[in-house]
Design a protein around this ligand. Structure first.
Ligand SMILES: [Zn+2]
Length: 306
């Protein structure tokens, strides 16, 4: 919803030339003066605001009071009014630099808090160019490093491509740990459900694969391929549950496929000789083939849900 607050509260100045302006926005020809909430002044051409921000386009089109020319009307070059805005000088500098085509240093858009403040301002002033600029920056490593926050932002602004990419990256995260809770708490229900459903789908798909015919020890009863004697494969069944717990914790499979996991004591127990028939001592599993098939199963897991 649109608010007319900044225009309604503009103040008159006797002499705008006396103000101390931000160094990038001090051109005397610029006919609009904005004042950040921390009292930094910015001179901006009204045509720029008109072209890039629907809010200002509408506000600047409103008839100015008859006294505006002498008491601070925004269209008067000799004695322009000041429009106070709620943003800090830092956010105002970024916002105005983008719409004026001046560009901004990556250091000024370094965190999600920086991006969120800009996106909020872009929404308020209806500046699609600022939103597009921030969106383009979201592919930087510093933002990809926090995929859960990226997913939240992408969902908030309906950026489907970024949301899908971020969702895949979240699969490396154990969201059951407290650092994830603040972001999870901000997600709307449908977005949270999407995040959870892909994790559930991956666990269910891995369970189906591990229970399938690709793993011969699922045969019940399992008989030794050499002597046809009965073989106890309880260690395989136990390891399957451990693998399912791990894929639920870190759904990408990165930890499950790590060498340390595949050579853990529980894993090694699966590949020890199991046939107890005298003189046989056959193993129930071929280690290499089993691990290849586990890797294949993990690679085939779904990365998103319909
Ligand atoms: Zn045997």
């Amino acid at each position: 919803m649109r608010t007319a607050a900044p225009m309604a509260t503009k103040e008159a100045l006797q002499d705008s030339a006396q103000l101390s302006y931000h160094e990038r926005f001090a051109l005397p020809d610029a006919d609009i003066i904005l004042r950040s909430k921390d009292d930094v002044y910015f001179r901006v051409p009204s045509i720029t605001l008109h072209m890039t921000c629907a809010f200002f386009r509408d506000a600047l089109s409103l008839p100015q009071p008859a006294s505006s020319a002498s008491s601070g009307g925004v269209t008067n070059n000799n004695s322009p009014g000041v429009i106070p805005i709620d943003e800090s000088a830092l956010v105002a500098e970024q916002f105005l630099s983008i719409i004026c085509g001046l560009g901004i240093s990556p250091a000024l858009l370094a965190t999600f808090d920086d991006a969120s403040a800009l996106l909020h301002a872009a929404e308020k002033y209806e500046a699609p160019g600022v939103t597009a600029f921030v969106r383009a920056c979201m592919g930087a490593p510093r933002f990809l490093a926090e995929p859960l926050r990226l997913f939240a932002v992408a969902c908030r602004y309906s950026w489907e491509e970024e949301a899908a990419a971020a969702l895949r990256l979240t699969l490396d995260i154990d969201i059951g740990k407290s650092p994830s809770f603040p972001v999870l708490a901000t997600l709307p229900g449908p977005d949270l459900l999407r995040l959870l459903r892909v994790r559930w789908a991956r666990r269910d798909a891995l369970k189906a694969a591990l229970d399938g015919p690709a793993f011969t020890a699922n045969q019940d009863p399992y008989r030794c391929s050499t002597c046809q004697g009965m073989v106890d494969v309880v260690s395989w069944r136990e390891w399957k549950w451990i693998m399912l717990d791990e894929i639920a914790r870190v759904p990408s499979g990165e930890t499950l496929l790590a060498e340390s996991f595949l050579t853990s004591a529980k894993a090694n127990a699966v590949f020890r000789p199991h046939c107890k028939a005298p003189g046989c001592e056959n193993t129930a599993f071929n280690r290499e083939l089993t691990i290849v098939r586990i890797r294949e199963a993990v690679r085939a897991l779904p990365k998103d849900i319909e």
